[in-house]
Write a protein that binds this ligand. Structure first.
Ligand code: HEC
Ligand code: HEC
Length: 454
């Protein structure tokens, strides 16, 4: 009853306010109405104009994140000729071609909203040939393959392909079928096997030339990565394997939840999100733009970058720089998703929170609610009791304090930069030993439940 009465009251108040505004609107010839946003014109209200600008910038960032290749098709298609591998011999390319089944198996995802109703129906009825590369080409034509953009000569002839940020940092919700659903921007694609995809390239010479290795070595490296992993420093430092022989690749992290964070990436000192966007677009996706980082001009640490001069990339025709603002804004606005209902025990999570903030010392570094330090969010390897290999590939020789939100979106390939801890229990166990915490079994599992609640 009380709730109803309160609602009625506030409705009444609203009516009164609206009445006043109306009156004000008449008296002041629209000025009041414009300030409050009730049917006012934007040109007179700076707040409304700013809101609209922000929305437009966000939407522009989304478009870039999903669909912009920055001209990198000149590399992936033009040089590596990946589109020929997709088409296969029967469609004028080379080899067996990439069927939708193969594409899904190497982790590529299909945006169901880009498929016309008739196709969705045919798919649901099993009337689409998922073994035919021609179907993959048709899916590319519909711009439905997440993060892969096809370029066409005339009607159906695939003439090039490029990749977008969504290639690695988006997945789908599987709402239609496994691998086919609505886009989830910012989520890491934990199934994407970048190494296998690149290994399909008919012409690997641009890569073997860049890295200064033969094709057999390149293939060995590419096939060592596995799903959900990529090495974003290899083409600067040439370090493909760790001293223990394991691949140097890292997990593909989410691109959401980074608002308020200073340094991005696993290794410390590269820079902020926008630094990294420029780095990736120019030096990893091989888009056409401008990029400058003299720290990479270091023959000891980054021999390939120093040799090739790819620390100072200049193009008159720049397809990247003008997009950095919107791209940055979009990612900072992408919130981490809430953990699914029932995926953790609430009472245990509450107890775990107290340990996280107290006895466990976790909040010393993972400061809530950012769960990283406001300020310089990185540490030396020995502070977290791990080896320095990946840290030493970064400018500051450290590890960035990993954001902890939405761990359920990034648990499949383990934890820490290289996925070395298979479970959260293993992570907590590691800290227990590293910091000599002396946590009891129940305290450890409570901390795990708290981590799952973030
Ligand atoms: C081929 C896969 C791939 C593509 C394409 C890619 N990224 Fe990444 N991204 C990664 C990997 C791997 C890392 C981790 C790199 C590291 O720490 O060394 C990363 C790191 C990041 C981070 C830091 C995340 C964090 O938690 O610190 C951001 C932000 C990001 N990428 C945004 C982008 C944007 C924007 C694009 C498009 C311009 C893009 N990425 C394209 C694989 C990719
Ligand atoms: C000295 C600072 C520091 C403290 C204290 C600390 N962490 Fe971390 N944490 C880090 C850093 C740095 C990383 C990233 C490691 C890497 O890149 O391999 C990390 C990574 C993690 C990850 C992995 C996230 C992912 O995506 O892989 C989890 C989970 C985590 N910490 C939980 C905790 C918990 C729980 C505690 C307390 C028991 C704790 N941390 C204490 C610095 C710290």
């Amino acid at each position: 009853m009380a709730i109803v009465r309160k609602a009625a009251l506030s409705l009444g108040t609203l009516a009164a306010v609206a009445g006043l505004l109306l009156l004000g609107g008449i008296i002041f010839n629209g000025t009041v109405a414009a300030i409050t946003g009730f049917g006012g014109s934007d040109s007179r209200n700076p707040d409304i104009a700013t809101n609209r600008q922000a929305e437009e910038l966000f939407k522009e960032g989304r478009r870039i994140f999903r669909f912009d290749t920055f001209g990198d098709q000149a590399f992936w298609g033009g040089q590596l000729r990946l589109h020929d591998a997709i088409k296969g011999g029967t469609l004028g390319g080379v080899g067996p071609g990439v069927s939708p089944k193969t594409a899904l198996a190497v982790g590529l995802r299909v945006d169901v909203k880009a498929l016309p109703k008739s196709l969705r129906q045919a798919l649901a009825e099993g009337n689409v040939d998922l073994d035919d590369p021609a179907t993959t080409v048709a899916l590319l034509k519909l711009n439905s393959v997440v993060g892969v953009k096809g370029f066409f000569n005339g009607e159906d002839s695939l003439s090039s392909v490029g990749i977008t940020c969504a290639f690695c940092h988006s997945t789908v919700d599987d709402s239609f079928a496994p691998g086919i659903g609505r886009r989830l921007d910012g989520w890491p694609n934990q199934d994407l096997n970048v190494g296998v995809i690149v290994s399909l390239a008919p012409n690997k010479k641009p890569l073997t030339d860049l890295l200064g290795v033969d094709e057999a070595t390149l293939n060995k490296v590419l096939l060592s990565w596995g799903p959900g992993m990529y090495d974003a420093e290899l083409n600067h430092d040439g370090k493909a394997f760790r001293p223990d022989g394991k691949p140097a690749a890292t997990r593909i992290p989410p691109a959401f939840g980074l608002g308020g964070h200073n340094l991005a990436t696993w290794g410390a000192g590269w820079g902020t999100v926008t630094y990294w966007n420029a780095y990736v677009a120019n030096t990893q996706m091989m888009g056409i733009g401008n990029f400058f980082d003299p720290r990479l001009n270091d023959p000891e640490k980054y021999p390939i970058a120093a040799r090739t001069g790819r620390w100072n990339i200049r193009h008159d025709r720049d397809l990247i720089t003008s997009k950095l603002e919107a791209l940055h804004f979009y990612q900072l606005g992408l919130k981490p998703p809430e953990p699914p209902r029932g995926s953790f025990d609430r009472a245990a999570a509450r107890r775990g929170e107290a340990i996280f903030n107290g006895k466990g010392k976790c909040a010393d570094c993972h400061v809530p609610p950012l769960f990283a330090e406001p300020g310089y969010n990185a540490h030396k390897p020995d502070e977290i009791c791990i080896d320095a290999f990946q840290a030493n590939r970064s400018p500051d020789n450290g590890y960035v304090t990993a954001p902890l939100h939405a761990l359920f979106t990034k648990s499949k390939r383990g934890f820490y930069h290289d996925g070395r801890f298979p479970t959260l229990n293993a992570v907590v166990e590691h800290y227990d030993g590293c910091f000599g915490l002396g946590l009891e079994a129940k305290e450890k599992s409570d901390v795990v439940q708290f981590l799952k609640s973030l």
